[in-house]
Design a protein around this ligand. Sequence first.
Ligand code: PXL
Length: 279
Amino acid sequence: MGNNTPPRTLTIAGSDSGGGAGLQADLRTFFACGVHGMTAITAVTVQNSLGVTGVHTIPPEVVAAQIEAVATDIGVQAAKTGMLATAEIISAVAGACDRVRIGGDGTPLVVDPVSASMHGDPLLHEDALDALRDELFPRATLITPNLDEVRLLTGIDVRSRAEQRDAAKALAEYGSRWVLVKGGHLWDDPECLDLLYDGSGFTEFLGPRFDQEHTHGSGDTLASTITAALAKGADMVDAVARGKAFIIESVRTAYPLGGGVGPVSARWRLPDADTFLVD
Ligand code: PXL
């Protein structure tokens, strides 16, 4: 590769027409982290700051073809999954990842088990949870569920940091190398604890809880930063630490948009963004 060619990352995710979450958040984060972002689009959502009003899924074989096209030519140093929508798409993603050696012992694969928007709009069919657990988690280097996803996946309703540990242990049984249980939805906790588990030991990542309603795309941004760090060769503990630092700044600088919930922002990585082009 030329000297200007950065590490390449792939997001396998859905489009958010409002530009807040999904692959738009992933690409923004990849750029801000200095890696080249690529996309395998799984679904087009019709969405604004008020919620999701439509979902149009992409044929599974087209999702698989996007993964194989970029992996075989451009190469992928780390990949992540976001909204996968259906069991059929999950199976197609698992097959394509096997063929190009993403996940398992190959290229690092971060699986963010996106199940719903923050407004509660479904982004994953209920019958796709089995496919996620059985076909994708065993291939994942890291899974990054929030507490709503933990409840859907394990039945554990986490109410305390101790139960967060129980949930991490239960999720590790599905075969991912690492589990990150995000504590942002533990609303009574004055801080946000993200708990990393490697099957035997825990690492805690503690951050402030902001009085901030504009947090659209926060899970995507965290998982994308971790993916970018892994693509640059960071080890998992360091990658999650970098991800946590990045999301703290991005939540701190989030902005309102439309009449509903605004996105977290990676603009803090471009300090002259306001004056660039017009100074
Ligand atoms: O933030 C999770 C997410 C992922 N992907 C898409 C989304 C959302 C949340 O709304 O719309 C496409």
